[in-house]
Design a binder for this molecule. Sequence first.
Ligand SMILES: Nc1nc2c(ncn2[C@@H]2O[C@H](COP(=O)(O)OP(=O)(O)OP(=O)(O)O)[C@@H](O)[C@H]2O)c(=O)[nH]1
Length: 353
Amino acid sequence: MDYSSLGKLLRSAQQDEAEAKRRRLTLYFISYVGGTIMAFMAWLNVGNNTPLLVGTLTASAAVVYINVLLSHIFPRVDVFYYVGGLVAMFTVNGLVYTGGLNNTGLYFVFPLLFLQIIVVRFRPALIYVSVTLAITTFMLYNQENIIAQYSDEHVSRFLISTLCFVCVAFIGENFWHQSRKEMLKENFERMRQANTDPLTKLPNRRFLEAVFFEKAMQDPATYFPLSAVVVDIDHFKKINDSYGHDVGDQVLIHVTSLMKEAVRSSDVVARTGGEEFLVLFPHATLTQAVKLAETMRRLIEERPFVAGDINHPITASFGVATALTDTNLHASLKQADDNLYKAKNAGRNRVME
Ligand SMILES: Nc1nc2c(ncn2[C@@H]2O[C@H](COP(=O)(O)OP(=O)(O)OP(=O)(O)O)[C@@H](O)[C@H]2O)c(=O)[nH]1
């Protein structure tokens, strides 16, 4: 698996739960409070001979309630936030068009715009608010086409204060957005370090357990049958003893690059111990995994470690097993381990299934 795919997996594991919760709770709060206010205002206006205003408020309240109820059922779906923003746009312009109760419609524009900014993500919010304000401004300068009538003074005051308000709200949102991005970047870097072996730059055991296996359990159709190959370099201690630890390290890097050369881009090569590796083949049968392990074994055998005066043949032993479903993942990892020991006992430099 290449660096960017591993990064993607890590990023998906770094779920920004706090931000998701903030958005979800904001949507719930705004929808229940806002929907109730809209319904109440609609009820207040019944009998005032303002059917369009009553209709706008009732329709908005109904859509807000349905939207929030659906968002409880599908909490991970983003569309409800955008629907919330659209309802705000519709309500703002309905209020501007009709004038609202006793011509107070313009005063409700501020909170509704603010709701749009916090419910919809930063960039889409720029579009939502711009479109909402463009329609509002058009109506205010073409009052012959709308029901409400506002004085020039009223319109100027409203537009200037709205502009200031929107700028301040976006500046605040932008700073929050930037600092959150920085925080996520730092957090990601820490996570990357914790999940990577510093010598070979391969993912480590922690990555497999905390990220990869979790992901595989969540999406078994993509990952299973999941084949595992445990790889152990033969007589590695001798290399360390003969040439020193630094050369041993270079041999580990050499073997890593050979294994990466042999596998597919969707496979994961991880370093799980000193001279032990675990290679995972998502969606691969036992036969395919044995074939890939054999390719790795041959490649390692055929390409000795060469550095300066050193030309040292390397071999490795392989234990293979396949988990057909997520329920036997751990049993098959253990089986792959057992098969590795069989390969060692049978004379090394071989693949055992
Ligand atoms: N250079 C280097 N050596 C390491 C590292 N981690 C573990 N080792 C060494 O790897 C060697 C493993 O030795 P053994 O477990 O006896 O295995 P082996 O010599 O490969 O023998 P078999 O596995 O039975 O073929 C030990 O000497 C460890 O010190 C490392 O990061 N770098």
